[in-house]
Ligand binder design. Sequence first.
Ligand code: OAD
Length: 254
Amino acid sequence: MDEFTRERIARAMRQATRIVVLTGAGISTSAGIKDFRGKDGMYEIVRKRYNLPSPEAIFEINFFMRQPEPFYEMVRSMFAMEAEPTLSHRFLAWLEEQGKMSLLVTQNIDMLHHKAGSKAVLECHGTLRTASCLTCGRSFEFAEIRAAVLAGGIPRCECQGLIKPDIVFFGESLPAEFYTVHLSPPDADLLLLMGTSLNVQPAAGFALNLAATTESILVNRDPTPYDAMVTHVVNMDLDRFCQDIWEEMEKTPS
Ligand code: OAD
């Protein structure tokens, strides 16, 4: 990032008090969690290993009911490593502490924003924290099925029903609170889009609607099809970006 862009973005962030953020899988890759569509992402891995109709099938309910293994392989890899929040997660928690954040929407299910200390987090694709039996509806804490998953198994309920973590699959509704903010977005003076290919609706639509009326910054390693809709596009590593901006903001406090 050149000096001019760095100063301009740091100034916008210093002045902002109602930042809305959308994060995607790219914010967690430096913690060791794979993204989906990036180079060597999860979709490429499952496509090679399992003969899937499409890589997204791991998040399709009918496919999951027939073949839950690819989905659980992804969950297992996420849990086996006990990932820690990245510098970027910590930067967002710090922004909230500084009273600058209005809302943080994450598409991620890895819970790293909470682990970093962020509080106003809307997990729009659900979470791995809890799970439910697809047959009888019984609810589980993830801790209850963790051992079975880590041992390579597919967790089943006492009723023998398949257990699915409470994350949003394609075709399922997002949490009600997401539609509330989608219909009536919070008052924002800056929009930050971080580590997302903006490929998945309605999360991307929520952000791009807001970008039509709000100064916006997209930080992503690769270009996205929607770059032209954003005020500033920065194609670089997120941790590097956050470190640069954090240092710049601390140099000149608001
Ligand atoms: P994607 O995998 O589609 O996009 C992640 C983006 O992050 C890619 O464009 C990478 O270039 C970028 N990236 C990766 N590492 C980075 C780094 N260190 N610094 C900067 N950029 C980096 O992930 P999402 O947009 O989050 O759905 O995907 C959205 C949804 O698609 C996911 O929530 C998931 C999936 O189907 C569910 O889990 C239901």
